[in-house]
Ligand binder design. Structure first.
Ligand code: UTP
Length: 296
């Protein structure tokens, strides 16, 4: 078995309803966090893990994603002529990567989006990155998961401990500890009520999967919300294969949600050398003003 992960899928075919009206005619994945669209953070995270082929699942109103990763000759020429080397380097840095786009004809769910990539992935293991789960570039989550896949040769999903009041937003696992931050999964439930949740270990948007998932997805009936759910496919896969969970203890931002998006923006703005000092001063200023208002 080839244990190297060379391909990654970036599902971006969802409707982004939590971000309407911004996402009515523009992709959620193109919303900028400081100066880069959120999907670029995910692509760069995968590049850092030696991924060689990038498969983006798109849909209606998602064409801006393809334009973003395409060459922009006129703009490049303009920057070259005006000697804006840094900007030129910034917009051409990813020009060499191997990208493929597959259009998901209807937003039938994350499981369906992944199934759309079957002809490109064939029988290789692959990574899945949900770009609205933004993870700080200093984190090694995906690298750690790839290492774990190398050890077990089985699918690995990223986990995070969430407050019990939020289990109904995630796929939740039941599992037993199998090492440092590692769980062997025995069951998975998509968006359970807090009474029915077997734990508070939620699946977040990073996966290492094997091609066995495609045959299951092909036969899977729609689940919660009428969508083909990846969690349901993983539950079915458990009957044939072990699945491991890797507990992430770093910082993840649910940038598909307004509050999470704002938190991600603040985090990355504070790390941006161009604006971090003045932005930190601004944050202190408004914090003081808010405190003052609260006291009166
Ligand atoms: P979300 O659950 O965030 O759904 O999907 P969404 O449609 O993007 O946003 P909301 O919840 O309506 O606000 C998780 C990931 O799966 C992709 C999304 O693009 C996102 O990256 N997805 C979801 C698809 O590619 N296709 C689908 O049919 C559904």
């Amino acid at each position: 078995m080839d244990k190297k992960i060379k391909k990654a899928i970036f599902p971006a075919g969802g409707l982004g309803t939590r971000f309407l009206p911004a996402t009515k005619a523009s992709p959620k994945e193109m919303l900028p966090i400081v100066d880069k669209p959120m999907i670029q953070y995910a692509i760069e995270e995968a590049i850092g893990c030696n991924i060689e082929e990038f498969i983006i699942i798109t849909g209606k109103y998602k064409r801006a994603i393809e334009d973003h990763f395409d060459s922009a000759y006129e703009l490049e020429e303009n920057l070259r002529k005006s000697d804006k080397k840094k900007l030129l380097e910034e917009i051409t840095r990813l020009n060499h990567i191997k990208l493929a786009y597959i259009r998901q004809r209807a937003a039938l769910g994350l499981g369906h989006a992944i199934l759309c990539a079957k002809p490109f992935v064939k029988d290789e293991p692959f990574a899945v990155l949900l770009s609205d789960d933004v993870i700080d570039t200093e984190e090694t989550l995906l690298k750690d998961m790839i290492r774990l896949y190398g050890k077990y040769g089985c699918p690995v999903v990223a986990l995070e401990e969430v407050p019990i009041s939020e289990v109904n937003k995630y796929g939740i696992i039941k599992g037993t500890a199998a090492g440092d931050s590692v769980y062997k999964i025995s069951d998975l439930i998509e968006k359970p009520s807090k009474e029915k949740a077997p734990s508070n270990l939620a699946i977040i948007g990073r996966y290492i999967l094997t091609s066995e998932i495609f045959a299951i997805l092909e036969k899977l009936p729609p689940g919660k919300g009428g969508e083909i759910q990846l969690t349901d496919a993983l539950k079915a896969l458990l009957k044939k294969q072990a699945i491991y969970g890797y507990l992430f203890k770093g910082k993840r931002y649910d940038a598909g949600d307004k509050l999470g998006y704002l938190k991600a923006t603040v985090n990355f703005a504070l790390k941006n050398t161009e604006i971090s000092d003045s932005f930190a001063r601004y944050l202190l200023d408004i914090t003081m003003t808010l405190k003052h208002k609260k006291q009166h």
